[in-house]
Design a protein around this ligand. Structure first.
Ligand SMILES: O=C(O)CCC(=O)C(=O)O
Ligand SMILES: [Fe+2]
Length: 364
């Protein structure tokens, strides 16, 4: 099968595409590397006024709110929307890419500061070598914050993801790719589309359309003790979620729970439900040593280990497994086995994890 990440869709006005790099000219320049280097993100070094935050529950009463899920309904990004975001492929890892400059240094520092105030749930003593060993919290982004963050990156994300079942033969898949390419040409997107085609055995087949980022984020803190780490794992697809605010209360509501919850082996979802295909890791600080994200392999094309050193404000995106608790769906094409390596030095590492959401195809 051909690697299916197409070059890129036609860029919006003010955006150009050079090789694997997307660039948005309209937006202000990002801080220089020396400005980034001078950033201090230790807990004590950050002092800025922050809006209030509160526990966030679930709209669906069947889902008990976990410990450490928060919402800060008036938190805003301060540089809105003047950011220059640049997309760059991760060499050797199909489907993975960097988004450079998603957050400003001060914005990232304010998120770290907010997270420290909301409070992390400390890592539990691991019982197996696969258990996550870092401090974590969940942060549900209210609509306007989620939309602002999404608007900075949407132009550089795959606009569609077409899924197909691995039971199909190569000839049929080639034909699907050909049809898809023709469709894009007819729509004026040409060959340089960021559309993606991926095999996901057992998953619903069809065209998934880009929606934006998932409001449900996690923030992880790795102590600089050389021990805390996120052992090798795949990220699974996740249903889309958004925050509902009423009478001063914030609750997270999922789309796609019908799709997620059917136990009969039948995929079921409603029109408008969304599901993720990609992880987005947003690095919130620098100033520590080690702590890279190690990209270990991708199905079909096992590359060596690719180490990504966190750069504050940059995002890293890569494929997830279309699994969601179903045995039938094992690893999916472009899913990347990865690991958060231990941190040393004098500062912890902070990283925000969210997902890139797609609307599911028309349900049959
Ligand atoms: O901290 C990292 O670099 C990796 C985090 C991660 O794998 C995740 O959030 O799923
Ligand atoms: Fe992960």
């Amino acid at each position: 099968m051909q690697a299916a990440v197409r070059a890129s869709r036609r860029p919006p006005a003010g955006v150009s595409h050079q090789g694997s790099i997307w660039r948005c000219h309209q937006h202000a320049r990002r801080p220089t590397r020396s400005a980034r280097g001078s950033q201090s993100t230790s807990r004590s070094a950050i002092s800025c006024s922050l809006p209030p935050y509160q526990p966030c529950g679930y709209v669906n009463p069947d889902h008990a709110a976990p410990e450490g899920m928060w919402c800060a309904p008036s938190f805003q990004l301060t540089e809105t929307p003047e950011r220059e975001v640049v997309r760059e492929a991760v060499s050797g890892v199909p489907g993975a890419f960097h988004l450079r400059g998603v957050l400003g240094i001060d914005e990232a520092a304010r998120i770290v500061s907010l997270a420290e105030r909301m409070g992390f749930v400390e890592a539990e003593e691991p019982t197996t070598s696969e258990d996550r060993q870092n401090d974590a919290l969940s942060w549900a982004l209210h609509d306007s914050l989620c939309n602002t963050l999404s608007s900075r990156v949407l132009f550089a994300l795959p606009s569609t993801v077409r899924t197909y079942n691995g039971a199909r033969g190569d000839a049929e898949v080639d034909e699907m790719e050909r049809i898809e390419e023709t469709r894009r040409m007819l729509m004026g997107a040409g060959k340089d589309s960021t559309a993606m085609i991926r095999r996901a055995d057992g998953a619903p087949e069809g065209m998934h359309r880009l929606v934006g980022l998932n409001a449900r984020c996690r923030i992880y803190r790795y102590a600089a003790d050389g021990k805390q780490r996120f052992p090798p794992h795949f990220d699974d697809v996740w249903p889309g979620a958004r925050v509902f605010e009423q009478d001063g209360k914030c609750e997270l509501g999922y789309s796609g729970w019908t799709y997620a919850a059917s136990k009969e082996g039948k995929w079921a979802w409603q029109t408008g439900d969304s599901v993720s295909h990609l992880t987005m890791l947003l690095y919130l600080n620098e100033g520590f040593s080690d702590g890279e994200t190690a990209l270990l392999s991708s199905e079909d094309e096992p590359q060596g280990e690719v180490l990504i050193s966190p750069t504050c404000g940059d995002a890293l995106c890569f494929g997830q497994t279309f699994r969601l608790g179903r045995d039938a769906v094992d690893d999916s094409q472009y899913a990347v086995l990865h690991e958060g390596l231990p941190v040393t030095g004098s500062h912890p590492k902070y990283v925000l994890r969210t997902d890139v959401l797609y609307e599911l195809p028309e349900s049959s």
